[in-house]
Design a protein around this ligand. Sequence first.
Ligand code: GLU
Length: 320
Amino acid sequence: MSTVVLPEHLQELLAQAEQQRGRAKRGRYAPSPTGRLHLGNLRTALLSWLITRLQGGEWLLRVDDLDTPRNRPGAEEAIVADLEWLGLRWDGPVLRQSQRRGIYATVLSSLRRRGLLYPCRCSRRLLADISAPHGRSPVYPGYCLSQPVQWGVQQGRLPSWRLRLQPGELHWSEALGSPGCLEASTQVGDVVLRRSDGLFAYHLATAVDEALLGIRDVVRGLDLWHTTAPQIALIQILGAGLPDYWHVPLWIDGAGERLSKRDGGLGLPLLREQGHDAASVVGLLAASVGLVEPGARLSAEELLRASELEALRGQLASKA
Ligand code: GLU
């Protein structure tokens, strides 16, 4: 896979990030402000904080707010308030992807110049017919692979821009399970990096941020496991080192369903109404993955002092 040549200022940021990755175990929690955090999100946040702090690392809070039609007013404030209430303190200011658009645009131009992107005019409706194996997002069949780069300009409309992935296996390490491996052409496909509505896509922003922020541990829900393949492909194209990935179990409710942020799944307001304080919620979250006994009450800091990284990893691996 060829690497891209970034402008000097980004190259410098990347070099600093690489030093950072080698020096300190930096982690991040990256919620989208699409609604209030539910128990599953809160547990992922707690685990991300714990895993980073157990290694003495810095923990960043990054708000993935690029998909503006899905953002909900007040959601970011509620997320920040919930994390603070739980006693999870992050380092530095809250990072918002919407304030980093200039960086994504520059990386995108560099990828385009390197011939790693192609414009795509396939509509959602056209692609909806492609069946998705095992419920994952469908693999793009490459209809626009030979579309000339000027296509959008010629047609007077914005295309989406896809990453031209080289065929071959993409491998990454998983802290909680067997190593990840997906084949680029048949299991991943050429993902969209810039959407036809002009918005930067999740894979681009995430990969650029892991690389340029020097993230060492990515702790997130198991539902995002398959997104790792295109993201590591991009991180490698940027010439950065790969983070360690921890895909943690999702919270399944009594009816066997995943909680959804957009549907207002069980969150802190309801728990508080039921009389829970922060110590009992931290206890509830930690007990749900077997880190403490059911009914335990403790602060996030107390949980940190009582935990040990390898034991935590073993416990989570047995649940994943
Ligand atoms: N923003 C994404 C979400 O809330 C998570 C991104 C990530 O952790 O990679 O689902």
